[in-house]
Design a protein around this ligand. Structure first.
Ligand code: CP
Length: 335
């Protein structure tokens, strides 16, 4: 049997996603277990984290396992990930050895590796985690790269807790202003999971330049077709928010401006009115608002929205703990 990783929810059927969500809900009701007894997980962070680190570390502990946190380039050697490269730069070792050695020590390897926006490119974002999956002999978990699949599960669980069956719910994924052109990971993920759950999804963004990468739009179309939902793009705030059950906000950079971020700045700066505020939420069908966090208050969403009962961002963050236990337990159970 080939080794199963958790790199993207696109590798998992709707039935498998539903099973993970059911197991996560069970962990939420009964947080302790022995599913990881005697097992260990290496958590590699190429980027900062608060929620992901805390929830994975505690999740392993709650299930009888042990987590080791490593930050390549800080408390571990800087790592090279490109194949066939002459290693005369900063990196001391290649992912090939890191993944193979860690596989001799631990039972799971989890990796966060999203580039700074200055370095962003479609191919590079995937390269690090793909290299880990290539060389590791234990399952690899994506803790955010070009997508953020653990966030997807936490988001879906929070929505199911509020609505039950999500099929046909009206879902708005809205771009929001941020002073920097951030990467598209969570936006890609919101698109994947919302369509996978059969919702009617509107991608709301300022101009066509902000439509997500064509691969993710295609995955969204495919998911919607398979699960009874739909996907459309809108640049009209009022139309998109009207009657929505769910508003999910994220900032991301416009793909056509890759490498020319300063050219994007005037467009980005002209759309600060995409902020999620009470007036926009009043257009919804008594809808909920969420965000992956961290969130810059009064830039992406107002205090009034963040502090309202409609905001389920903290529920979603809590669910990271439960869904990641389900992912770790299921990957360990396959071995
Ligand atoms: N949402 C999320 O992944 O949070 P952190 O960056 O704090 O881990």
């Amino acid at each position: 049997m080939s080794l199963r990783h958790f790199l993207t929810t696109q590798d998992y059927s709707r039935a498998e996603i539903d099973a993970l969500l059911e197991q996560a809900a069970a962990f939420k009701r009964s947080p302790r277990g022995q599913q990881l007894a005697g097992k260990s997980v290496a958590l590699l962070f190429f980027n900062p984290s608060m929620r992901t680190r805390t929830s994975f570390e505690l999740g392993a502990f709650h299930l009888g396992g042990h987590a080791i946190v490593l930050s390549p380039g800080k408390d571990a050697w800087p790592i090279e990930f490109r194949p066939n490269v002459v290693m005369d730069g900063e990196a001391e070792e290649h992912i090939a050895e890191v993944a193979r050695v860690l596989s001799r020590y631990v039972d799971l390897i989890a990796v966060r590796a999203f580039p700074k926006f200055q370095d962003w490119s479609v191919d590079r974002e995937d390269a690090v985690i793909k290299a880990f999956a290539q060389y590791a002999t234990v399952p690899v978990i994506n803790m955010e790269t070009i997508t953020h699949p653990c966030q997807e599960l936490a988001h879906a669980l929070a929505l199911k807790e509020r609505f039950g069956d999500l099929t046909g719910r009206k879902y708005v994924l809205t771009w929001t202003y941020h002073p920097k052109p951030l990467n598209t990971a969570v936006a890609n993920s919101a698109l994947l999971i919302a369509t996978k759950m059969g919702m009617d999804v509107t991608l709301l963004c300022p101009t066509p330049d902000y439509v997500l990468d064509e691969r993710y739009m295609a995955f969204g179309e495919q998911n919607a077709k398979e699960n009874g939902g739909s996907l459309k793009v809108s640049h009209n705030i009022e139309e998109a928010y009207s009657g929505a059950d769910v508003v999910y906000a994220k900032s991301w950079g416009a793909l056509p401006f890759f490498g020319r971020w300063e050219n994007e700045k005037p467009i980005r700066d002209a759309h600060k009115h995409f902020i999620v505020d009470e007036a926009k939420m009043a257009l919804t069908n008594n809808g909920v608002f969420s965000h992956c966090l961290p969130l810059r208050r009064n830039i992406k969403a107002t205090d009034a929205v963040m502090d309202s009962p409609a905001c389920i961002a903290v529920d979603e963050a809590e669910n990271r703990l439960h869904v990641q236990k389900a992912v770790m337990a299921s990957l360990i159970a396959q071995r």
